[in-house]
Design a protein. Structure first.
Length: 82
């Protein structure tokens, strides 16, 4: 028997989107690596994948983070690398 029981981080009343099961969960149910959150409401958690897609697109379009790596152009000189 283990002296210390591993607990999943989180609290009841916090909402998560489980990537493994594709479901919304209240409180800690699945391991942290398999979920997005916490969110304040069930509705926010239900739209987690949409929120992440929007954030990813914003990041891709942000000139501060665009290092020319689109389409294989690693050094930003416009030439594609094979």
């Amino acid at each position: 028997m283990a002296l210390f029981k591993r607990r999943t981080a989180g609290k009841p009343g916090e909402w998560y989107y489980c990537l493994k099961h594709g479901t919304v969960e209240e409180g800690p149910q699945c391991r942290a690596a398999d979920r997005f959150g916490p969110y304040e409401t069930r509705e926010e958690a239900a739209h987690a994948m949409e929120t992440q897609r929007e954030r990813n697109e914003e990041w891709r379009e942000d000139p501060r983070w665009n290092d020319g790596d689109r389409d294989g152009d690693r050094d930003g000189d416009g030439d594609k690398k094979a």
